[in-house]
Design a protein around this ligand. Structure first.
Ligand code: T46
Length: 145
């Protein structure tokens, strides 16, 4: 019998270029970010108590950076493991792979959550139904076994 896959959370700590003027973080594809960056989007002015996300992706990989304020991300691998990761530093990035259910919550009123994405926007890449997600990851795992 195979053991549980063990869910890994990958957080990047970027190099701030600080001097007496303040801080600057630069993110380059294939250097700081492990994929070609095809899209950048960000969310701000998120209302109190709002939870966003509630989906997974078939192909998309992303790095989430809370460049101002704070929020939390819940990742669920669909195989019985969930982790909540706080994002509160503008020099930290959370890697979110495809086939990972995500929910974003606990946004501070000043939070700006920036996302670097490996693909252009494509509604076909979303899995928005939780049961369909569970089915999808289990099927993939069986194929890989
Ligand atoms: C994800 C999490 C972390 C676009 O037109 N282009 C885009 O690139 C995106 C991301 C969204 N939109 C439109 C589609 C919706 O009408 O913006 C609206 C809000 O998007 P959505 O409801 O998908 O936002 P979230 O916060 O639930 O999810 C987003 C990303 O969609 C998703 O890929 O992983 O952030």
């Amino acid at each position: 019998m195979r053991g549980k896959p063990g869910m890994q959370v990958v957080k990047y700590v970027f190099q701030p270029h600080g001097d007496d003027r303040g801080q600057l973080v630069a993110l380059e594809e294939f250097r700081d970010i492990p994929f070609r960056i095809k899209r950048v989007y960000y969310m701000y002015d998120t209302k109190e108590g709002v939870v966003r996300g509630f989906h997974a992706h078939k192909k998309l990989e992303q790095i989430l950076v809370c460049i101002h304020g704070s929020c939390k991300i819940c990742l669920d691998n669909g195989l019985g493991e969930k982790k909540v990761i706080p994002l509160e530093k503008p020099y930290e990035g959370l890697y979110v792979s495809n086939d990972m259910w995500r929910e974003m919550f606990d946004f501070s009123p000043d939070a700006v959550l920036m996302v670097l994405a490996s693909e252009l926007y494509d509604e076909e890449d979303y899995i928005r139904d939780y049961d369909a997600f569970l089915h999808y990851v289990r099927e993939r795992r069986e194929k890989e076994a």
